[in-house]
Design a protein around this ligand. Structure first.
Ligand SMILES: CCCCCCCC/C=C\CC(=O)SCCNC(=O)CCNC(=O)[C@H](O)C(C)(C)COP(=O)(O)OP(=O)(O)OC[C@H]1O[C@@H](n2cnc3c(N)ncnc32)[C@H](O)[C@@H]1OP(=O)(O)O
Length: 278
């Protein structure tokens, strides 16, 4: 228990180092060595090229700084991340679409393939690309009354295999297949029941504390042994992804630039805007 108490103490009283980019901020607690990576692109942390680049560089910076773990959270009060920025996909040319998709791939591989213990303090909604980030982590604590899930089929699109792999690591095959084909968004309570998240928490502070406690469970484990063991579990998905990553960009560009898919995006955006004006 000693290390857990230290982590808690460290989380509130010990000086921290700060690093930031335009849309992320990183706080590394000097005592615990754990980095809290906050996404801060208001209003919903939608993932455009710049945001994804910032996220990638923060993840690598945390990894290179030899932090003891990484906690991903949002500076926004009710959204963890709304997924890809549809504004950057709608009416975009092929080059822009290719760049966006490449940056999404880069962030996913940085997080999914990280040797550090990773945890998500999901302090808001996490649809689509938001769920992708959360499920790339090893542990999830989430606030009530939010949604999480891969809803791509609801938008008439297909999540590629690498994008599904975090999901598949966590959910039983039958449930993952059903949820993906339905494009299901789970409420927090449903997500806990399905095993998509580990804990329901009542505040962001509690989410961070649970994530710290999770990372604290590795305090007495050799970091290299831990990291290599984790990566052995993920190696097949990573290898598969590396084989198809260029073709995957081409497939995405070809799908997302189709007029009928652009039309779905346009209608979807309009509905989002109508809903937000209500
Ligand atoms: C789409 C086809 C492309 C083919 C891709 C194939 C592979 C798929 C891989 C990844 C897919 C994605 O990640 S696609 C993105 C999917 N995301 C969603 O479906 C989420 C949409 N957003 C919401 O449901 C809600 O915004 C929310 C639950 C996340 C938050 O709700 P809240 O009520 O708090 O906020 P508002 O809805 O009022 O939104 C505020 C503001 O933000 C704009 N917004 C929201 N989401 C996005 C987004 N993803 N991209 C761009 N803009 C977004 C929303 O329109 C509001 O804007 P205004 O204030 O200007 O009206």
């Amino acid at each position: 228990m000693m290390h857990l108490n230290l982590l808690r103490l460290g989380a509130c009283r010990v000086p921290s180092r700060l690093m930031s980019t335009k849309s992320t901020s990183v706080e590394i607690n000097d005592k615990t060595g754990v980095a809290i990576l906050s996404m801060c692109r208001p209003p919903v942390n939608s993932q455009n090229v710049q945001f994804l680049r910032d996220l990638k560089s923060s993840i690598y910076e945390i990894e290179n700084n030899k932090s003891r773990g990484l906690i991903l959270t949002s500076a926004n009060s009710n959204v963890f991340s709304a997924g890809l920025d549809i504004l950057e996909m709608y009416n975009a040319d092929k080059e822009q679409l290719g760049t966006l998709w490449t940056e999404l791939q880069n962030v996913w591989i940085a997080l999914y393939g990280s040797g550090l213990p990773t945890a998500a303090a999901i302090n808001g909604h996490a649809p689509a690309g938001g769920c992708l980030l959360a499920t790339a982590c090893e542990y999830r604590a989430m606030l009530p009354n939010c949604v999480i899930g891969l809803n791509e089929t609801q938008l008439g699109i297909i999540a590629p295999k690498w994008l599904m792999s975090g999901y598949q690591n966590i959910l039983p095959q039958r449930l993952a297949e059903r949820a993906l084909t339905q494009g299901r968004l789970f409420t927090t309570e449903e997500a806990l029941k399905a095993g998509l998240i580990d804990e329901i928490v009542n505040s962001k502070e509690e989410a961070l504390e649970k994530c710290l406690n999770f990372i604290g469970t590795f305090a007495k484990v050799n970091p290299l042994a831990r990291s290599l063991t984790k990566l052995q579990f993920r190696a097949a998905n990573i290898k598969e992804f590396e084989k198809i990553r260029q073709k995957d960009v081409e497939d995405f560009v070809s799908l997302a630039s189709r007029p009928e898919v652009q039309k779905v995006m346009g209608d979807y955006l309009e509905n989002l805007k109508k809903k937000s004006k209500k």
